[in-house]
Design a protein around this ligand. Structure first.
Ligand SMILES: Cc1ncc(COP(=O)(O)O)c(C=O)c1O
Length: 442
């Protein structure tokens, strides 16, 4: 009865951001079925919202404010760094607690009911990225997926792998260690800041290919510049030459309306805790069916020789609550709609770019082309220390952004993530802060 009263008050009023700890404690005292009811009521309210905005493709304002209420942000925090770690919406958090509760109260369900549930989630993820369930492995993060690619392919000494010049360490070092241990050759191909077109990007790789090249391994979502690499065009070119293509798409899932078949990619690793709202500790690793016989599993126990991507998931006992919460994160985004989310993210980024360009000395490191960019925007302002901007906007407005890149390589700047829950007025505050610091230039 007491729980029902609590549940009603939460669902009626929404949870005050000040009461996060209360929510957490109350959540852990709720029964498993009460937590499920709570999620159902949150989803019902999103369905109602969708009805209210049925004719709006990418509604602004009220719709997104209401969606933001489904999160548990600390009071006043304006999180514009999903590129590092993003927040979990309430249903994901509730499901996490609920599943840990299953282990605490009835561990037997962890090896009876939960494995079946995980298979359902694999299918849900597959639908979400337009793959088949046999092509999806739930791993721990992008770094793990990229290591699986580098470790699992049979390459001979002298075989070459092309990377871009702007890879994340998680996409570079798996190949670097293979170079040291097995004598493969790793070549970094310079890409623009930003490239002017998909052709320019693909052309740089095409020119760099030698008879020894076997693999192209690139960031899909370039963490330094916010570039969305044109994978479809890259794969088309590479496949014509018999090469394999791997993508580090750490930021892709939850930011972009992903479609593996459309991209034609062979290996694709992504981290759903950035933009999808999943907890840290789970990642998605896609391996195209036709190339699975070329990729050995790296971590093994029984099951490593099965003919599906499940063979890349033989990692021993896992924190399955994370996997179940990942399934909930997919649900949450499905209620809003992948394409609506991508549009919203890109329109916020577009607004930020448009206004930023008006500041004297501003330089966008991210393309303005909607095909070559997403929710990450990197920039610098001539004569301004990026760190000064990051620190000022945090202290003045509680806006979280970050510095990125390297001074020596000319890529140093600030990076802003504009997820769907960010409001235009918050972008205006950020711009005001940037102008203030830029105005102090001597
Ligand atoms: C482009 C890119 N690749 C790889 C990673 C590593 O991600 P994870 O730590 O989830 O493996 C990141 C992390 O920010 C990234 O931005």
């Amino acid at each position: 009865m007491k729980q029902d009263l609590f549940l009603n008050s939460l669902t009626r009023k929404g949870v005050s951001r000040r009461n996060f700890v209360k929510y957490l404690l109350a959540g852990s005292s709720l029964s498993i079925s009460a937590l499920s009811k709570l999620n159902a009521s949150i989803y019902q309210s999103i369905k109602d919202l969708n009805q209210d905005f049925i004719r709006d493709e990418a509604p602004d304002g009220v719709y997104w404010d209401a969606i933001r209420d489904k999160f548990l942000f600390q009071d006043g925090l304006i999180m514009m760094n999903n590129g590092t770690v993003g927040p979990m919406p309430k249903p994901v958090f509730n499901t996490l607690i609920k599943t840990f509760k299953v282990q605490a109260t009835s561990p037997v369900h962890m090896y009876t009911y939960i494995p079946r549930k995980k298979e359902e989630i694999r299918s849900r993820i597959a639908r979400f990225i337009n793959a088949t369930p046999d092509e999806v492995a739930v791993v721990r993060n992008t770094t793990e997926g990229m290591n699986f690619v580098a470790n699992g392919l049979d390459l001979k000494p002298g075989d070459e792998v092309l990377l871009s010049s702007m890879e994340h360490p998680g996409g570079t070092h798996p190949w670097k260690i293979k170079e040291e241990r097995f004598g493969i050759k790793v070549t970094q191909v310079p890409i623009g800041l930003p490239p002017k077109s998909a052709d320019e990007f693909v052309g740089s790789f095409e020119k760099a290919i030698t008879p020894q090249t076997k693999v192209i391994s690139v960031s899909h979502t370039v963490y330094i510049s916010g570039l969305i690499s044109p994978l479809k065009e890259l794969c088309r070119m590479a496949h014509e030459k018999g090469l394999l293509v791997a993508a580090d798409s750490a930021h892709g899932i939850g930011m972009l309306d992903l479609d593996m078949k459309e991209l034609g990619i062979d290996f694709f690793a992504t981290s759903p805790y950035k933009w999808l709202g999943a907890p840290t500790g789970v990642g998605v690793f896609y391996v195209r069916k036709q190339v699975q016989d070329q990729l050995w599993p790296t971590i093994t126990t029984s099951g490593w020789n099965q003919p599906t991507a499940r063979k890349y998931e033989t990692l021993g006992q896992r924190a399955d609550a994370l996997v179940i919460a990942l399934g909930e994160a997919v649900n949450f985004q499905n209620y809003i709609g992948k394409s609506r989310i991508e549009k919203r993210i890109k329109s916020l980024a577009g607004y930020f770019k448009q206004e930023l360009k008006k500041i004297t000395g501003a330089r966008l490191h991210t393309s303005e082309d909607l095909y070559l960019s997403g929710g990450l925007t990197a920039f610098s302002i001539e004569g301004v220390e990026p760190r000064a901007i990051v620190d000022y906007v945090r202290q003045k407005y509680n806006i979280v952004i970050r510095t990125v890149g390297s001074r020596e390589k000319g890529t140093y700047g600030c990076r802003v993530s504009t997820h769907y829950y960010i409001h235009h007025r918050e972008i205006d505050m950020l711009l005001e802060g940037i102008k203030k610091i830029a105005g102090q230039r001597t």
